[in-house]
Design a protein around this ligand. Structure first.
Ligand SMILES: [Zn+2]
Length: 344
């Protein structure tokens, strides 16, 4: 049992029973009540009386712009309570109950989920793919409330939602870390990675002062020290070892995420009269990073099928394809290719 194999990890997520429906643009009119600059300035003055008038004005303008930006973000919204929304709107109530009917899913039965999540980064129809993922696995974290029109009618209901931009950011981050992990493990041909090892390795800059940086476009991020006689840093890697630097970078990224998105538990077991060690994610996003951690650490061995690009848990170390079908299809494709070459 998967659960047994990872004794330290319990990864369960709550998924809405009826799924989440469309990605909707939340327009200014139907969104939150947005105050004007004067009101916002008065409010700021109330909570920060020491604020100078010019500063208060500037801050108020910034806040208002921020509200609008947030309201214009497109969101995945829940349809669970659509019936309730209509009923409550009829009854003249503005708010929905915060909880939606949900069920529990065991993530340890789906050990490649973080890979599937990262693969959303290169989906042609990304919005539809994100929606499908959300319908299967639920919210990434805790959804916030959005107003939305119901059935295009005048009824406006309060729904639980998560912004599309937030999903896209998280997908990009996961894809970036896994791409880096693939580089560290010399898996340059995975669908996420597809890179030239040497070129990729040159993204790490080894400075004369003993520091190594990762470059990304115009930005540069400190990764570790390769020479640190004064003991300035917690991160050390051997000189000119780009793979070690990549591994160190991946560890840092996972460390931050797992620290904030997971929680340690020590629940009492009535059967053995002893506490049990459990590390559990707080959310789906936490669970995805826990899976990423298990893969990086080698507790979880995954492979990508070269034929269908699906990630899977290989049964043996020499398993190449995800299924017999894929092995057969790949063989047929090879034979066809050979025949075409011969004919030409
Ligand atoms: Zn396959």
């Amino acid at each position: 049992m998967a659960q047994e194999r990872y004794g330290l990890v319990s990864a369960r997520v709550q998924v809405a029973k009826n799924g989440y429906q469309w990605i909707t643009a939340v327009s200014n009119e139907s969104a939150y009540y947005v105050p004007n600059v004067e009101e916002e300035r008065d409010w700021l003055g109330g909570i920060m009386p020491e604020l100078a008038e010019a500063d208060a004005n500037r801050q108020a303008e910034e806040n208002i712009a921020g509200y609008y930006r947030r309201d214009m973000e497109r969101a995945l919204t829940s349809i669970d309570a659509q019936g309730d929304v209509l009923d409550m709107c009829k009854e003249g109530q503005a708010a929905l109950p915060l909880c939606v009917p949900s069920m529990e899913k065991d993530l340890m039965t789906e050990q490649t989920l973080h890979r599937k999540f990262a693969a959303l980064a290169r989906e042609q129809n990304q919005e539809a793919a994100i929606l499908e993922f959300a319908n299967n696995w639920g919210w990434l974290q805790s959804p916030t409330r959005y107003y939305r029109e119901i059935d295009g009618a005048t009824l406006t209901g309060l729904c639980m939602g998560e912004s599309l931009a937030f999903w896209q950011r998280e997908i990009r981050d996961m894809a970036h870390v896994l791409g880096m992990l693939d580089f560290a493990r010399s898996r340059s041909q995975t669908s996420l990675a597809r890179f030239d090892e040497r070129k990729y390795g040159r993204r790490f800059q080894w400075q004369d002062d003993g520091k190594v940086y990762l470059t990304q476009g115009k930005t540069r991020r400190y990764v570790a020290h390769y020479h640190d006689p004064a003991g300035e840093s917690d991160y050390h890697v051997p000189e000119n070892d780009a793979k070690a630097a990549a591994e160190c970078y991946v560890a840092q990224q996972i460390d931050t995420r797992v620290a904030t998105l997971s929680v340690g538990r020590y629940p009492w077991n009535n059967r053995i009269y002893k506490g049990e060690i459990r590390v559990g994610p707080r959310s789906l996003l936490g669970a995805l990073w826990v899976l990423c951690m298990l893969e990086a650490h080698g507790n979880l061995t995954l492979a990508e099928c070269p034929h269908c690009q699906t990630w899977f848990v290989p049964k043996h170390t020499d398993t190449i394809y995800c299924s017999r079908q894929c092995r057969q299809n790949a063989r047929n494709a090879r034979i066809r290719a050979e025949q075409t070459t011969e004919a030409a």
